[in-house]
Write a protein that binds this ligand. Sequence first.
Ligand code: ZN
Length: 327
Amino acid sequence: MAFSSVAGQPLAKRLLENAVRRGTKGRAYLFAGPRGTGKMTAARELAKAVLCLAPEPGDRPCGQCADCRKMERGQHPGFVVVEPDGEAIKIDQIRSLQARFHYRPASAGAEPVGVYVIRQAERMTAQAANSLLKFLEEPATPVVAVLIAENASALLPTIRSRVQRVPFVPAPPSELERLLLERGVAEELARPAARLAAGIDAAFELASSAWFGETLKTVLGWAERAVAGVAEALVDVFKYCSKWTEDQWEVAFELFALWCLDLACVAVGGRTPVFCEKRERMAALASRREPAHWATCAEEAVRARRRLRQHVQPQAEMERLLILLHG
Ligand SMILES: [Zn+2]
């Protein structure tokens, strides 16, 4: 089956298999869904299926023809990926995309000559988006367009109405955890990573990053110390403010929220804690405050994580949370 390298996503795969069967010539698709749910993998698979000269039954790319081999090497001239240049995708990028496909001969009935992918399509400038719209409306050659977006509602409505939406949905944490364990990720990292990420690609990237384990240990260390006495934890936070990246701080606040929710659940006997290898210590900690206190701290951690996007100081936010946690 084509698209077998995309984990999960049965609906997206069915839609794409049908699309390949019916013909993708001149069509445009919008792969919409959270980060790490396999959108780019699916785009590559679609390109392989479209560009293969001798597809096998079930529209599987043959893996042998010249086009399949070029795709495997990442050197197919008809497969173009456009990504933000800095903050945004600019009009020049869309223009060079148009120029690249415009002058190819397009004989009636010919197979598609190219597939282009626009990653983070919601980051096109207004001019770039309008330029793309014209390209979508007047396909000079039978190219296949794939727009990829996490926040599809940020795209121009006129673009949204031109593309077929293929939804990519978050995978259940239990499924992600199982896949991470299969890939050899340690259990104490697999469990929280499966809750923080929406898809296997993002979860695996997070769990196998060098800083994830360190961040986990550090943040939970602060939180535990803050319950006993807040001063020592505050001194420690200061040391990390310049060392950690924005992504790392975001993950730190998410882990903090998970840990507080764990304590609330342990206190009232809810779901199995995410950090269950510390179950006894968690039970002792949980009994030191009311369950509502832990729930409030979790909520505040989620709000603090959102505020990071508005360029607040992560150190100040974390200190505020630790003081709140101490109560
Ligand atoms: Zn082939």
